[in-house]
Design a protein around this ligand. Structure first.
Ligand SMILES: [Zn+2]
Length: 424
């Protein structure tokens, strides 16, 4: 039977125009939908029932879709399409995922089988399931979904395709393309659910930012100094920073020209850096509002390195603690705040003395808090330029400082205004 004969049969079954059925069928077949599924979809579209499935749901705008919808029909443009293998109920299956948009908004999707569409395609998608993912509705395309070429191209406001600067990369992104220089790369072996797995880890940079990466299919060409276009990566949060993940589906192409990577860390407002979901090697300038508890002379557990209170580690119980110096200071630049963490060396610099001096001062005062108080006296109210890795987790934003210096361009007036507001 050819398409014509199938169409004739369907048209007479459904009592609709044969030309219309042929058009619908052709659209589906163009996306490699098997003929039996295509016929079922066309049956559903024309109200003929689909072998027990529900009839095609009403067409809705993307912005209207909520998690209360069981399934929907949408007409959308494909913005991105990433490929990934995931383990689902014990099996490895290859999925496509990305974003669709129409004139009203965007929505992410997961396609559990290959429909063959690419970024830029305009589609009418019948009977897409809606599920909640990360608090938002997401479309699920499966064997009862019909995908057809839309009658007309769908106009969208969003960029079509996955190209992004690193500063615009977010955890949860899929099907992204980046043009980067590999700044660091190192082979590692990790123990995963499938035993020992070789991976390659490192840092990527462009003019806008630096981010960590993991290549799960370690490629020798992803080597320090290489300038690469990397297509089809997905992004997940790792230690509070978006991390770029390469899979067997990612395509790596050497670039003819070097990718510009700023020597200096890009200077961002705290709000921008927090909105980016964390970044490697950024610089912010703000005023120290407060030195937090747990600063100055502290005790660490020798087993895990975490701060121990009164000789007690939360994980290891009573331990022989080790003395250390640290500062956790709240920095405000008027857009947002971040907790800046100074290590022992940077703390010694702002304190004006090392661990022995701190211990001597604490002994003399019979109070460890004098160290934190003395640090607070020196830095609270001052404007500082801070460079380091900024991470974001459920408890807020932290900036692990590599540099902490008085800002040359001292926004002192701004600081006094902010402090006055805080004092009120
Ligand atoms: Zn411990």
């Amino acid at each position: 039977m050819d398409v014509n004969e199938h169409a004739e049969e369907l048209a007479s079954d459904l009592g609709v125009d044969k030309e219309e059925v042929i058009k619908d069928l052709r659209n589906l077949l163009e996306y490699s939908v098997p003929i039996d599924e295509a016929k079922q979809s066309v049956r559903r579209k024309h109200g003929g029932g689909g072998g027990g499935s529900s009839p095609t749901p009403d067409a809705v705008d993307v912005a209207e879709i909520t998690t209360d919808h069981g399934s929907v029909t949408v007409t959308v443009r494909v913005l991105t399409a990433g490929t990934r293998t995931i383990r689902y109920q014990g099996d490895d299956i290859t999925i496509r995922e990305g974003e669709f948009a129409d004139g009203t908004g965007t929505i992410s999707y997961t396609a559990w089988q290959e429909f063959g569409f690419e970024p830029g395609d305009s589609l009418t998608i019948g009977n897409a399931g809606v599920r909640e993912w990360d608090g938002e509705p997401e479309l699920n395309l499966n064997e009862s979904t019909a995908v057809a070429v839309a009658d007309e191209p769908v106009a969208v406001d969003e960029p079509v395709g996955g190209d992004r600067d690193l500063v615009d990369i977010r955890a949860g992104d899929r099907g992204r393309n980046v043009e980067v220089r590999v700044l660091e790369a190192e082979d590692k072996t990790i123990s995963g659910r499938d035993g020992e797995t070789a991976i390659r880890e490192g840092v990527l940079g462009d003019e806008t930012a630096k981010l960590p990466f993991t290549d799960w299919d370690p490629r020798p060409e992803v080597a320090a100094g290489a300038d690469l276009r990397i297509e089809d990566v997905y992004v997940r949060e790792f230690r509070g920073v978006p991390s770029i993940n390469l899979t067997t589906f990612s395509e790596v192409t050497p670039l003819p020209d070097p990718v510009a990577v700023a020597d200096d860390a890009p200077r961002l407002s705290i709000a921008e850096a927090v909105a980016a979901g964390g970044l490697f090697d950024v610089e912010v300038v703000g005023n120290v509002l407060e030195v937090r508890d747990g600063s100055g002379l502290i005790e660490r557990c020798p087993e895990c390195g975490r701060v121990a209170q009164g000789g007690q580690c939360r994980s290891h119980g009573a331990v022989d603690t080790e003395d250390d110096l640290r500062v956790k200071a709240i920095l405000d630049d008027g857009t947002d705040t971040v907790t800046v963490v100074l290590d022992d060396e940077l703390t010694a610099a702002v304190y004006g003395g090392g661990l022995d001096d701190a211990l001597a001062a604490a002994t003399e005062a019979m109070d460890k808090e004098v160290v934190a108080e003395s640090i607070a006296d020196r830095i609270v109210g001052g404007a500082y330029r801070v460079r380091g890795n900024l991470s974001v987790d459920d408890y807020g934003a932290n900036l692990d400082a590599e540099e902490f210096e008085l800002a040359a361009d001292d926004p002192g007036d701004e600081a006094r205004t902010i402090l006055a507001e805080v004092a009120e």
